[in-house]
Design a binder for this molecule. Structure first.
Ligand SMILES: [Zn+2]
Length: 416
């Protein structure tokens, strides 16, 4: 790195380390916008996007574009996506992707305070969305603010993407953006998605398992519970299916891949729909769901075939009918764990957190899968406490600051 770039990096890092009040203020404003998707009874990301645009303009950023998907379920009719750039000496861009939407607060009694009003306790901020994904929003905003206020032209261009609709399928979010403006993104650019990570900042996610969600509907014959011989109990048959799947699937797919945590495929009977309306009704129908996270080496079709065979055999034993449908399928994605950008990120993490981050794979899904699907090498990393979607969701102020310092190192490309 040239002397002037080194000097600029040190100025950036000093300013980023004074960002505490900005983090508190921005987290508070972002949380108050309640960017709930229509699926969770909300108005989407419109207010949050307007607030972000105004802030970016106040930094003096001029290259800020909106890509709004039409969605008539929200009163604005729009699901906004923001792409903002700070030009560098090179066209090569460090892209940081964060999503604006949040999930609902859930049981309010489980929260220690109002989820939509940020509460500070020492280094921690509590509120819905402060971790998922406002930690990414705020750490990338801090870097943009520091570059603009110090009038630094970075070695690479910085690109920030703030997306809609991550929690409910990305249809109005990154998927829409990649279809509408694919020319924004180039193979040579560096992609970071700060939407998964460990408290030690020591895991870079480079691979995701296939997600396969199955719905299993069993049909028997309803009758009065006092005369079970007149009916065929769908709930009992479905329970036997659940136990068969739980026991047999891990044995049928025992493969291990040590990149992933856990290293094997997982098959979890999860949701169960209400069946009979009263205790004295023998249920004639039953619906449950199976959440499968499948290693890339295993075809989802082979899992579907095995599930079908197991539930049909059980249905036969119990004299009921069964149907299976695919509710969601997101195929496995990965990037080369030895990609030069991974090495750059490892060095940046080591410089800030003093730790050697390892590469890993997970069963969870992020927008990195959509980028990887288009051949763009996306890394998922942040220093997170993993409280997302829970009551009392919280994020660490110092981790947000340190994450922005890691992005600063990566942007100034200290290791080229
Ligand atoms: Zn998220």
């Amino acid at each position: 790195m040239s002397q002037s770039a080194e000097y600029d990096l040190s100025r950036l890092l000093s300013l980023l380390k004074t960002g505490e009040q900005r983090i508190v203020d921005w987290q508070s404003a972002l949380t108050a916008t309640r960017a709930l998707p229509p699926e969770h009874g909300g108005e989407g990301e419109f207010a949050k996007a307007a607030w972000l645009e105004e802030l970016l303009q106040s930094f003096g950023i001029t290259d800020c574009r909106r890509f709004d998907a039409i969605d008539n379920r929200v009163s604005s009719g729009l699901r906004p996506n923001i792409v903002c750039r700070i030009p560098g000496q090179s066209q090569k861009t460090l892209w940081i992707f964060s999503h604006m939407d949040v999930v609902g607060a859930g049981d309010l009694n489980a929260w220690s305070s109002d989820p939509w009003k940020v509460r500070r306790q020492g280094d921690l901020l509590y509120g819905r969305g402060v971790e998922d994904n406002q930690q990414g929003i705020v750490s990338s905003l801090l870097l943009a603010h520091a570059l603009m206020s110090l009038k630094i032209t970075p070695s690479q261009t910085l690109g920030l993407v703030f997306m809609a609709d991550e929690e409910c399928g990305n249809h109005y979010g990154l998927d829409y953006l990649l279809k509408t403006a694919p020319e924004l993104f180039s193979d040579n650019d560096c992609y970071v998605v700060p939407d998964f990570g460990q408290p030690g900042a020591d895991v870079i996610e480079v691979a995701e398992k296939t997600t396969l969600w199955l719905k299993v509907t069993t049909t028997g014959q309803q009758c009065h519970a006092s005369t079970p011989e007149k009916g065929r109990n769908a709930f009992v048959a479905a329970s036997a299916m659940v136990l068969a799947l739980h026991k047999e699937l891990p044995a049928l797919f025992p493969q291990n891949d040590r990149l992933f945590s856990p290293p094997h495929s997982t098959f979890v009977p999860s949701r169960h729909e209400p069946n009979a309306q009263a205790i004295n009704i023998l249920p004639g129908s039953d619906t449950f769901y199976l959440d499968c996270r499948i290693l890339p080496a295993i075809s989802p079709q082979s899992v579907l075939a095995a599930v079908t065979q197991l539930v049909q055999k059980t249905a036969c034993d119990f004299g009921v009918e069964v149907t299976i449908s695919v509710e969601n399928e997101q195929k496995a994605s990965s990037m080369d764990p030895c990609h030069p950008h991974v090495l750059d990120l490892q060095k940046a993490i080591a410089a800030v957190y003093g730790t050697k981050a390892r590469v890993g794979g997970v069963g969870g899904g992020t927008v990195a899968a959509l980028l990887r699907d288009r051949g763009l090498p996306a890394m998922v990393w942040a220093c997170l406490l993993n409280t997302c979607h829970s009551p009392d969701e919280h994020a660490s102020i110092s981790a947000i600051q340190n994450d922005s310092c890691v992005f600063a190192h990566l942007l100034m490309h200290a290791y080229a």
